[in-house]
Write a protein that binds this ligand. Structure first.
Ligand code: GTP
Ligand code: MG
Length: 217
């Protein structure tokens, strides 16, 4: 198997940047297709879709450079592949917190996909109130001359968590990370409300499912 670092060297003369971005775009496609299959299979077997929707994005060159600067690394294609783990990003939005772990387990059991790191900000939220489940994985991308393992960051969160994170992100950017104290406080309050909402929605859903099972008997 060829390491991505090697690929860069091989293509350095041609156009390493374009090649690398092509790899990340292809890695996203691979992961997205795997997830769609898992979701369809789940629908087929359990008449239920754990994935509400999927969002994907490739990091912009500006953000990649910004991150390398933050990490105090020289700006090079090699460093970006080595240190920037979220160039390829896939976000899975689900209805219930139970779906998060259902999806994480389904992803973990894909044998050709390697899990590099897991950060469970659902169990341990950030100080900001941020909740989400992050998996850094690598997927094989098959090219005409071989296979390249490529990193993809998968974020799994509920609709409510996603709603919160979108607004918090917008505010964070607006104030460049220094939001007025009352805004940060209210955001944390909203995060608590999101958690309460997620818990209530989950228990309601479980009650409904139990009723349906009862009726089927
Ligand atoms: P970066 O934060 O990306 O430099 O790397 P890291 O190693 O700290 O990774 P982490 O898993 O903490 O965060 C990765 C991604 O999660 C970010 O790029 C965001 O998309 C998201 N994220 C993390 N923390 C927050 C947060 O407090 N608010 C919001 N809205 N998103 C967050
Ligand atoms: Mg971070």
């Amino acid at each position: 198997m060829e390491k991505i670092e090697q690929t860069i060297k091989n293509y350095e003369d041609v156009d390493s940047w374009k090649t690398i971005m092509f790899l990340y775009t292809s890695a996203i496609k691979t992961v997205e297709m795997k997830l769609e299959i898992l979701n369809d299979e789940f629908q087929h077997v359990h008449q239920y879709n754990p994935i509400e929707h999927i969002k994907t994005r490739v990091k912009t060159p500006e953000s990649i450079v910004k991150k390398l600067r933050k990490y105090e690394k020289e700006i090079s294609v090699e460093n970006m592949v080595k240190y920037v783990n979220d160039i390829a990003g896939v976000r899975l939005i689900c209805s219930f917190t139970s779906d998060i772990y259902r999806l994480a387990n389904m992803i973990a059991s894909q044998t050709d996909l390697k899990i590099i790191e897991i950060k469970d900000y659902n169990k341990s939220p950030k100080d900001s109130g941020y909740k989400s489940y992050h998996m850094l994985v690598s997927v094989p991308v098959y090219l005409s001359d071989g296979m390249v393992d490529t990193k993809v960051e998968i974020q799994i969160r509920t609709i409510a968590m996603d709603f919160w994170a979108s607004l918090e992100h917008k505010i964070y950017y607006k104030f460049e990370g220094n939001a007025p104290a009352h805004i940060s406080r209210e955001l944390r309050e909203c995060a608590d409300m999101v958690s309460t909402l997620d818990e209530k929605m989950l228990s309601l859903n479980e009650e409904i499912l139990a009723c349906s099972r009862e009726q089927e008997r």
